[in-house]
Ligand binder design. Structure first.
Ligand SMILES: Nc1ncnc2c1ncn2[C@@H]1O[C@H](COP(=O)(O)OP(=O)(O)OP(=O)(O)O)[C@@H](O)[C@H]1O
Ligand SMILES: [Mg+2]
Length: 277
């Protein structure tokens, strides 16, 4: 078992892609203070793919996710879902932001139930489902607390439950496990993998953790330093393994090393870029 180079761009983008990104670029600001976050970037994600994106800090990962989420407009190019250009957020996309975006004036259970309730699901039914999701992310005892009473990692877990509550076709996750301790992270990784296997959802997952990408992804994209573009893409099969200790195998370590090496030069370049801003 290993990772193989994979030509995401070579896929027939318009044929069967759940999510496609075509020559997408994004710049912030103008004139001498302009920052080009994304270089023209192409991606094609099929239904049921679990695409993990890794790349150095500041390379445009959140920018990409915000464009696909419909929160930002690209400078050029476009992103499409089921062949339709994305212009705004939509219920078929569930987003977990890098920094918690919970409603501080609502209890945890109301935060999770909010989406379904605003679509007409009766209050008690929405709350019941919310409680089940909170149990799944290990927060059953916190349903009636408020987000500001929770740690950063707990807030992230509420964010995941809230995204799942709408039963979206596509999950867009921006480093959802970054604030979690290793044990919780591993438990939730298995939970997410189970959800993905059971539901066949399409997932775009941003992470700094190469192990996480190898453990979860069907495809891995390594981005360059800013302006972000695809440096390399892989098909990964580790996520198909039933072995819970797959990360301890020599094949896994070799794959990790391959990605670490690709990322190292980009991270150095990113650091020197940030030093000049
Ligand atoms: N709203 C904005 N206005 C101006 N510049 C921005 C804005 N959002 C992002 N940028 C810049 O665009 C670049 C990419 O930012 P982005 O947040 O997408 O990076 P990232 O890959 O998610 O980084 P990290 O891994 O640290 O989360 C950075 O140089 C950042 O300063
Ligand atoms: Mg980010």
């Amino acid at each position: 078992m290993s990772i193989e180079p994979f030509d995401l761009n070579g896929r027939d983008r318009r044929n069967g892609a759940k999510l496609a990104v075509e020559h997408l670029s994004k710049s912030f600001g103008s004139g001498t203070s302009a920052v080009q976050a994304l270089a023209p970037l192409d991606l094609s994600v099929r239904t049921g793919d679990f695409l993990c994106v890794v790349g150095p800090s500041g390379c445009g990962k959140t920018t990409l996710l915000n464009i696909v989420g419909g929160f930002e407009r690209p400078t050029s190019g476009r992103a499409l879902i089921d062949d339709r250009p994305i212009t705004k957020p939509g219920r078929e996309r569930g987003v977990v932001f890098q920094q918690g975006a919970l409603f501080n004036w609502m209890s945890v259970v109301e935060n999770v139930a909010f989406g379904p309730r605003s679509c007409g699901v009766p209050a008690e039914k929405a709350r019941q489902h919310a409680r089940e999701l909170l149990e799944m992310v290990g927060l059953a005892g916190f349903a009636h607390r408020y987000p500001y009473e929770l740690s950063g990692g707990m807030q992230q877990r509420v964010g995941i439950a809230r995204a799942l509550a709408n039963d979206p076709e596509i999950l867009l996750m921006d480093e959802p496990f970054a604030a979690l301790d290793q044990q919780t992270r591993e438990l939730l990784q298995e939970e997410i993998r189970g959800i993905w296997r059971r539901t066949g959802k399409t997932i775009l997952w941003i992470t700094h953790s190469i192990e996480e990408a190898l453990f979860l992804a069907t495809h891995i994209v390594v981005m360059t330093a800013r302006p972000g573009r695809v440096k390399a893409a892989f098909r990964s099969r580790f996520s198909e393994s039933p072995d819970p200790l797959i990360a301890a195998t020599p094949e896994f370590t070799a794959a990790k090393r391959q990605i670490v090496e690709l990322l190292r030069s980009e991270s150095q370049r990113a650091q020197s870029l940030e030093a000049t801003v």
